[in-house]
Design a protein around this ligand. Sequence first.
Ligand code: ZN
Length: 276
Amino acid sequence: MNTTTKFRTRCLVLLVLFLSLVGMELQQQQTIAQFEQRNQQLELSLRQEREQLHNVSKMAEEQTRELWAEVEKHQLDLVAVGRLLQQSRPLAPQRPLLAARSGRRQHLRQSFLELRRLVDSQQSELGQLSEAAQELFRRSIPSGSPCAGEMTSGFGCRVHPIYGIGKFHQGCDFTAPYSTKIFATADGVVLRSDWLGGYGQVVELQHPSGLCTLYAHCEVLKVTKGQKIKKGQWIANVGQTGLASGPHCHYEVHRDGKQIDPKPFLASNGRPTASL
Ligand SMILES: [Zn+2]
């Protein structure tokens, strides 16, 4: 082997060695780049985990604070319950007082029930009295005719049957046979029962309503002055005493001492008093 060949061989070996070194260097640089990339990934992952840990730690702190707040609240509740229990302990000595109050309540309830029964009873009596008062008032107002018979002359101007001249007639005339019964047209008291001039034999009644009634020309008087009379009671008989042209009952109704028309009172109950 000559010198040139040897040189070429050495150069070739050196070239191979150089290329091998270059290849190794490139491989190492690639490996380093991979390590660096992986390292960056690890660092990123580590940062994320740290953030997560921080968040978890924060949540744990908040929950811990809430738990402590709950615990303190319950402690306060326990303290309040303890105070209440202490306050309730002296209840035992107050039992007689409570029993007394209970008895007083029962007594008040009984009193209330008795008062209520009393009020109900008085209301019932008041209703009965009211009905009785209404009935008395109704009976104290003249109503119906004083006797059986036809009304032949009314209240107002007319020609007098005896004098034959125009004269005001102060009442109503009911023509009826002698001895026909005359009845009171309302409850009252006998104001007079005697002779009264041209009226002849008269009965006059005073009624609680303030009205008066007068029954004239009677044949027989059946009541006396001051006597209490019930509505429908027989008080006299029809006659022709005084100035009368025939047997009849001259009937008057007075208010405040003056004669008023009896006609509205005659029909007030739709039937004559004589039939009562
Ligand atoms: Zn008359």
